[in-house]
Design a protein around this ligand. Structure first.
Ligand SMILES: Cc1ncc(C[n+]2csc(CCOP(=O)(O)OP(=O)(O)O)c2C)c(N)n1
Ligand SMILES: [Mg+2]
Length: 295
């Protein structure tokens, strides 16, 4: 990344995130790309907790806090207010976790996408309700421990495919992103900023506390998620044009799962089952990309 791009900080150190949390790294990069003429719409997850600590908020951007169910609508409202004032330059970005996006806020998110309202919605996915104590969400992967899916009763449903849900709205831009590939994340944010209409950015966000891994492994796990094909990096324009951004090495899924204590309760055969699912999902993605080339 060029030094000039990093010269303006909008998320400062000294914030209240846990050591090794990926979310402030994701959002620091996001804010670098969007610049200071940005209004952040914030929900009650971990980001809301660290950014709403008056008078020591670490963010240097205009911010609007809203309940989870209205996050999608609040982004639309801020955009509409700016439009009425004739301000087309300010970028609106709604930021929510996986619980706020996949579960609690999905109706307002869907409605804003259906109207193709002109703002960016970012979901940082740490795969559970972390701020309230590691409860499972519909983004928690199959076989994971959480406080509501204990060792004797691990998560028994697959992760909801939020990207396909958003792609089905045929919005101008949907992209997955990872802090292990910051240039890619930066480029996607700039593209989202330049694109008119609704944009959905889905950022992977490893959580050392909830996933039970050592804090220095955050970036390595983010990279392994991409390289094992568990979290592919790709973008989709107008609901149909797919581009794969990083060709994964296809490292076995176990390399990603083993450092994480939340997967310590898997039984014999579970690893193979997870690997089969990763391969099946990857094939589905490749089929979509191929059918677009044929069509
Ligand atoms: C409507 C509503 N339901 C529940 C809560 C309680 N709550 C506060 S933070 C949180 C966790 C949200 O999880 P997520 O969106 O994934 O963000 P994270 O904490 O993981 O960053 C919950 C359930 C709330 N504030 N509002
Ligand atoms: Mg979460």
């Amino acid at each position: 990344m060029k030094a000039k791009e990093l010269s303006n900080e909008y998320l400062h150190s000294g914030h209240g995130c846990c050591p090794g949390c990926a979310m402030p790294i994701v959002l620091r990069t996001v804010f670098h790309a969007l610049g200071e003429q940005t209004i952040a719409v914030i929900t009650a997850g971990c980001f809301g907790t660290i950014s709403g600590t008056f008078p020591v908020s670490p963010i240097k951007l205009a911010a609007y806090n809203t309940p989870f169910p209205s996050a999608g609508a609040a982004g639309s409202g801020v955009r509409a207010a700016l439009d009425i004032k004739g301000d087309t330059k300010t970028t609106v970005v709604t930021i929510a976790g996986d619980g706020g996006t996949f579960d609690i806020g999905i109706q307002a998110l869907s409605a804003a996408a259906e109207r193709n309202d002109d703002y960016i919605y970012i979901c940082y996915d740490n795969e559970a309700y972390m701020n309230t104590g590691i409860q499972r969400s519909s983004a928690t992967p199959w076989g994971a421990w959480t406080t509501t899916t204990p060792a004797a009763n691990l998560k028994n449903q697959p992760k909801k495919d939020i990207v396909q849900i958003m792609v089905a709205h045929r919005v101008p831009y949907v992209a997955t992103a990872s802090i292990a590939y910051p240039e890619d994340l930066m480029r996607k944010m700039k593209k989202a900023k330049e694109t008119r209409g609704f944009k959905f950015i889905y950022a992977f966000s490893p959580c050392p506390v909830g996933w039970r891994f050592s804090a220095e492994l955050t970036i390595r796990l983010a990279r392994l998620a991409v390289q094992t094909k568990i979290f592919p990096l790709y973008e989709v324009e107008n609901g149909e044009r797919y581009t794969l951004n990083v060709e994964p090495e296809g490292i076995p899924a176990g390399e990603y799962l083993k450092p994480q204590g939340r997967f310590a309760f898997l039984k014999e055969g579970d690893l193979e089952r997870i690997q089969e699912n990763v391969d099946r999902e990857w094939k589905r993605l490749m089929n979509r990309m191929e059918s677009q080339m044929l069509g």
